[in-house]
Design a protein around this ligand. Structure first.
Ligand code: LLP
Length: 381
């Protein structure tokens, strides 16, 4: 079990997110070591977590920012990311968002359709600017992850279909207010089998070679994010195997001299440093089972309800040597408001604190106000 500063937890209003900044620091160091001297640039996907304490460390580590809304771009600028290192992605960028991004001279737009390309060109022309664009290609690869977080299949709404890519490239080349900066790919999230990335490399090699034969070169190839984490054993594997991940690209992707490879990692950087700390309100006897009813619900951590995800649950205050089996559930009137079924925990009582582990990514940021519940607070150390 990870060490939690229990004394500092006492008296705090629960539920709250706890971030272990020491672990985040070590994770970012491991990332940098794994990048080494390669022409790899990592952009942090802000959608995973925009807690200011987290962003501060990511900025200090020198990463770029992958943003999907005006709010994220603003958070990135406020946190101190260099605007040039901010890339703006998303399938439905609004006019106001594009305007804001241009005005703040962000580094690049990852563009997902021809109409969006036309709008960016028009708005850049109005400002007498040239916008860097990377075309997001839908590579039609199955990432073998939960169907809600797989994105690289033809049936998904993401990216420009391969058949339409030539038109998009041609539009960039004839439009003086667009600079064709690169190609962008993202096949999904929580990917633990690296084989889909190898397949992606082969697809990219072929595509890039086809364009090179027509004299078209891309400064940047961006392969998105998606590297998964170990939700079952966060203490055994607190830091993802970045080296193995990067090696897939080192070994399989043909980078031309001077060409950069960009990544947009979210979960793998921040998931393991965060836990949702919640208090047991009641232990209720059901028919043939016991429920530990906690004060956190799906409004605080929606991943179990939305993706059938499981976050490891630990009772971090019980001193009991004996165990019992509990369904750990929240207070909200939805059957999916359940964090774990048949969880073996030390004898659990009202007032005990439970930690829902690996909650640093897509946890706090996805919290919502359903039932007019307050948003969870956070505590960093
Ligand atoms: N780049 C693009 C274009 C993306 O769509 C995403 C995530 C990322 C990068 C970062 O992916 P990561 O390295 O974090 O896997 N809420 C879901 C995950 C949604 C991911 C959406 N896109 C969850 O809680 O599992």
């Amino acid at each position: 079990m990870a060490k939690f500063p229990i004394d500092e937890f006492k008296g705090r209003i629960t539920p709250f997110y706890y971030y272990d900044l020491g672990l985040l620091h070590t994770t970012l160091d491991a990332l940098k070591a794994a990048v080494g001297q390669s022409p790899f640039h990592v952009h942090y996907a802000l959608k995973a977590n925009t807690n200011p304490a987290v962003l501060k460390l990511v900025v200090e580590a020198g990463l770029g920012a992958d943003c999907v809304s005006m709010g994220e771009i603003r958070a990135a600028i406020e946190a101190g990311f260099n605007p040039e290192g901010i890339f703006f992605a998303g399938v439905g960028k609004s006019d106001a968002e594009i305007d804001y991004a241009l005005a703040n001279r962000i580094g690049c737009f990852n563009v997902e359709s021809l109409p969006e390309l036309e709008l960016i060109a028009e708005m850049a022309a109005d400002k007498s600017m040239v916008a860097n664009v990377a075309l997001r290609v839908n590579p039609n690869i199955d990432a073998h992850t939960h169907h809600y977080i797989t994105t690289g299949l033809e049936e998904n709404k993401f990216g420009i279909a391969l058949e339409m890519l030539d038109d998009a490239v041609a539009l960039c080349l004839r439009q003086p207010n667009l600079h064709l900066y690169g190609l962008h790919f993202h096949i999904g999230s929580q990917i633990t089998d690296l084989e889909p990335y190898r397949i992606l490399c082969n697809r990219i090699n072929k595509l890039v070679a086809d364009y090179a034969s027509k004299g078209i070169r891309f400064n940047v190839l961006n392969v998105g994010g998606g590297l998964g984490v170990d939700y079952d054993d966060p203490d055994g594997n607190p830091i993802p195997n970045f080296k193995a991940f990067f090696d897939v690209f080192r070994e399989n992707l043909d980078l031309a001299p001077g060409q950069q490879l960009h990544f947009e990692l979210g979960r793998s950087l921040v998931a393991q440093c965060g836990s949702l700390i919640t208090k047991v309100l009641y232990v209720k006897e059901g028919v043939g089972k016991k429920f530990a009813i906690v004060d956190a619900g799906m409004t605080d951590l929606i991943r179990p309800a939305l993706y059938q995800a499981h976050h490891k649950i630990e009772n971090i205050t019980s001193a009991s040597a004996t165990t019992d089996v509990y369904d750990v559930v929240g207070p909200i009137c939805e059957s999916s408001d359940c964090f774990g079924k048949d969880e073996t925990l030390p004898l659990t009582r009202r007032g005990d604190l439970l930690a829902l582990r690996s909650a640093g990514a897509y946890g706090e940021i996805m919290a919502m106000g359903y039932n007019m519940r307050p948003l969870p607070s956070s505590f960093v150390r």
